[in-house]
Design a binder for this molecule. Structure first.
Ligand SMILES: Nc1ncnc2c1ncn2[C@@H]1O[C@H](COP(=O)(O)OP(=O)(O)OP(=O)(O)O)[C@@H](O)[C@H]1O
Ligand SMILES: O=C(O)C1=C[C@@H](O)[C@@H](O)[C@H](O)C1
Ligand SMILES: [Mg+2]
Length: 173
């Protein structure tokens, strides 16, 4: 059984994923960290030096490897992973994966990301909160189509990590 966490940048995939894995006694894997280890570079450096298309290809190969993995694990995907090529189809077609979309509203995502833009190359160039919010609104409109194909949608607005983890655990039964 593998648990995949999906959602926009800043939705808590890494934060919740680590804590959920501790609770379940599963391994925790963060796709962004795996990519950084493979390349020996930070995500920002990969975007800067090799470009986004190179990153998306690497992300696809890493997704394929994670899907092949047989041991139980909680796996946090990159924010864009489900939204490129047929990545979401691969996730949906794997019989041992349960996917959760960690859903937050635009205001809460903007609040979080406004404080943490630097290591996120998709948004690091946006000068102020207004531009960031406008970008997130458009981006989420495009990406929601993919995220919403997850097995479960978890509304995370105003919820603590503990509450979110409890909700995920309930869905897992
Ligand atoms: N339930 C929560 N309540 C309050 N803050 C939270 C909650 N979940 C996560 N956070 C905070 O939100 C920020 C973003 O979380 P995190 O880095 O886990 O997002 P992410 O989905 O992994 O983003 P990315 O796709 O960019 O890797 C972090 O500072 C984290 O501590
Ligand atoms: O939303 C995105 O496209 C991204 C999210 C991050 O997790 C990283 O995978 C990278 O910064 C791209
Ligand atoms: Mg993360």
């Amino acid at each position: 059984m593998k648990i995949f966490l999906l959602g926009y940048m800043g939705s808590g995939k890494s934060y919740i994923g680590k804590r959920l894995s501790d609770k379940l006694g599963y391994d925790f894997l963060d796709m962004d960290n795996q990519i950084e280890e493979k390349e020996g570079k930070s995500i920002s450096e990969i975007f800067d030096k090799k470009g986004e298309v190179y990153f998306r290809k690497l992300e696809r190969r890493t997704l394929e490897e994670l899907i092949q993995r047989e041991e139980p694990a909680v796996i946090s995907l990159g924010g864009g992973t489900p939204c490129y090529g047929d990545n979401m189809e691969l996730i949906k077609n794997a019989s041992d994966i349960t996917s959760f979309y960690l859903k937050l509203n635009i205001t809460n995502l903007t609040d979080r990301l406004d404080k943490e833009k630097e290591h996120r190359p998709m948004i690091s160039h946006l000068e102020d909160r207004e531009k960031l919010e406008e970008f997130i609104r458009k981006h989420l409109f495009e990406r929601g189509f993919y995220y919403n194909q997850s097995n479960h949608v978890i509304s995370c607005d105003e919820k603590s990590a503990k509450e979110i983890i409890e909700e995920i655990s309930e869905k897992l039964g």
